[in-house]
Design a protein around this ligand. Sequence first.
Ligand code: 5GP
Length: 200
Amino acid sequence: MPSQDPTNASAGLLLIISGPSGVGKTTITHHVEKRLNGIFSVSMTTRPMTAADKDGYDYVFVDEETFKAAAKRGDMLEWAEVFGNYYGTPRRPVDLALAAGRLVILEIDVAGAEQVKANLPQSLAVFVLPPSEEELLSRLRRRNREGEAVIQRRFAKAKTEIARAKASGVYDHFITNDTLEHAIEEAVSLVAARLHAEKD
Ligand code: 5GP
């Protein structure tokens, strides 16, 4: 695969964005995608579709049998189980876009990022942090999506995810989302810097 050869000038850049739920990573991801003409990799998932999701745009929603068959065939660049559901990155669209020299963006969890970095160490991995634990908890509450028990579960998972991300050694940058504008600018400029460095 061309993207595995860091000396191949035509290979694109694979960008991984991770962060706990409620931290604003999806908004940041979509700004980076638009500003830098990136391609968002649409994941496959077995989680139930919600009213907020568009099938084929946010995710490709499949049943467990379809997901497991795809993983078994080796069609996933990475996959993980998150909150009891499977999530994975279809490999082929990523390979094609990278070979065409494009910026490809994966919004995936820490377990997925570890797998991608192990295979493609030249990918760029960014983790979005909340300004503080207290602020993350109030953001989860302000979303008004879930009851307190679910919020507490997501909050506990977020703290574990942050600790795992820091210990993993996988992330090249940690961005603190104190204000969305600042976090977007920081993400865009560090990805732009890497894209320019690769052209030189
Ligand atoms: P949600 O269901 O809230 O959209 O996503 C839950 C979690 O799954 C998020 O942390 C998200 O980053 C992660 N996720 C989404 N797609 C993928 C994927 O393809 N692979 C992995 N490993 N994680 C994913």
